[in-house]
Design a protein around this ligand. Structure first.
Ligand SMILES: Cc1cc2nc3c(=O)[nH]c(=O)nc-3n(C[C@H](O)[C@H](O)[C@H](O)COP(=O)(O)OP(=O)(O)OC[C@H]3O[C@@H](n4cnc5c(N)ncnc54)[C@H](O)[C@@H]3O)c2cc1C
Length: 388
């Protein structure tokens, strides 16, 4: 099915087996702030590396997997089958960076990240700048051979696991004053502090603190690309990550449908397994049909990226797959909770965890509304046949 090569199938199987070994730890992690037992975390991280699941999106020349977008989707689809972000250790570092990185940046951050020795986090969103990234008020001021960074960033995912942060700020001086620039800030660095770490709906080991950057000095060598290039990198990241979100939503939906179907076949109510009741059948049938539709467009759009489809079309299709898959997975999670009945409301149940965890997929990397805005704008320009 889906015209996969032997290499595709082997990669998919390897990722699936990896995630299957994490799934038994979910309920324990749920009650332990999302943490795996340390020895398990260590073993699995090492295995991710030896199985070639780390940095599938990075160039082979730097030690990455060099996989196609389609193959990366296959891996992240499996990652999505585990709750509590347990399989996030199968990481996809910033794939846009190697092309614009200096040799210094490559050796200092990119190679160690690919090796799993360093990890990034993104400090872009602010209290009043989320959907509209251009509204950021964080600043970057050139001062001789340094930049001085100031601003307060929100929802900085994985800050507690990261060894460096990408900081997007608006230049206040120089020829590009008013434009955005992206910097790397090592963690810890003087002037960077956590304002607070809010609690979120999901229970994962990666925190999303509010982080203040106060007079943070970084040398010019920490500027990525050119002054004024900041937004371009953010867009490239969004395009890539929207595919990864979509892929993980496919995996989540598959797991939910699997578990709900198995439960429905076993659970006897009024003398019959509930799978015999047509109202339950409808929930399962709708779910698997929508999963098939979502998977088909995600795979097709990913192959389009590999074939070098027009970049604007890729951008719109990334929005479509993210929009549809995230909304689909949320519908499936809602139905799965319903099928499990009272059990579906217990934190030890996979449906309960996914019900909470999947909600954010409709918000981060651009909300569903923003995806629709992007899709409609491209539709207006290109028409239906130019888009799909
Ligand atoms: C758990 C979590 C982790 C995150 N991780 C990171 C991270 O690591 N780094 C980072 O930089 N950011 C991160 N974010 C931020 C995330 O990308 C933003 O929350 C998201 O882009 C939405 O921005 P906002 O929250 O400011 O919502 P707002 O922009 O305030 O939007 C509020 C509402 O208005 C709607 N809206 C806005 N504009 C329009 C429009 N034009 N048309 C119709 N409706 C519109 C939105 O869809 C939404 O429903 C994270 C967020 C969460 C919740």
């Amino acid at each position: 099915m889906y015209q996969m090569t032997t290499e595709d199938l082997e990669l998919q199987q390897s990722a699936r087996a990896f995630v299957d070994d994490l799934i038994p730890y979910e309920a324990e992690a749920e009650l332990n702030e999302g943490e795996l037992p340390p020895e398990v975390a260590q073993t699995m991280k090492a295995r991710a590396k030896t199985s070639g699941l780390l940095a599938t999106n990075m160039p082979k020349s730097l030690g990455g997997g060099g996989y196609s977008m389609f193959q990366q989707v296959l891996v992240q689809e499996q990652v999505g089958r585990a709750t509590n972000g347990l399989a996030w250790m199968v990481s996809t570092p910033p794939q846009w960076w190697p092309e614009v990185a200096t040799e210094f940046q490559t050796q200092r951050w990119i190679v160690p990240t690919i090796d799993g020795e360093a990890a990034e986090c993104y400090a872009i969103t602010e209290e009043y700048a989320g959907s509209d990234v251009d509204a950021i008020t964080s600043t970057a001021r050139r001062d001789r051979s340094d930049y001085v960074l100031d601003g307060v960033k929100w929802h900085v995912t994985s800050y507690n696991e990261a060894t460096y942060a990408f900081f997007q700020g608006r230049l206040t001086n120089g020829p590009h004053a008013g434009e955005h620039a992206m910097f790397v800030v090592d963690l810890p660095t003087q002037g960077v502090r956590v304002v607070r770490t809010p609690a979120y709906s999901h229970t994962i080991a990666h925190h999303h603190p509010i982080v203040a950057f106060e007079g943070v000095r970084v040398p010019v060598s920490h500027l990525i690309g050119d002054e004024g290039g900041g937004m371009g990198f953010a867009y490239e990241w969004f395009r890539f990550e929207r595919f990864m979100v979509a892929a993980r939503c496919l995996g989540a939906a598959e797991r939910l449908i699997d578990e709900a179907t198995r439960f429905a076949a076993e659970r006897v109510v009024y003398g019959q397994p509930i799978i015999d009741y047509q109202l339950v059948q409808a929930m399962l049938a709708d779910s698997v049909t929508e999963l098939f539709a979502a998977r088909s467009i995600v795979y097709e759009a990913a192959r389009g990226v590999d074939e070098g489809r027009d970049l604007k079309v890729q951008h719109a299709q990334a929005s479509m797959v993210k929009l549809y898959s995230s909304e689909m997975a949320n519908r499936v999670a809602d139905r799965a909770v319903q099928i499990f009945g009272g059990r579906g409301y217990m934190r030890e149940n996979v449906a309960e965890r996914f019900f909470r965890e999947l909600r954010v997929e409709r918000i981060w990397e651009g909300t569903s509304e923003i995806q629709r805005v992007i899709i409609a704008a491209q539709l207006a320009k290109r028409g239906v046949t130019g888009l799909i």
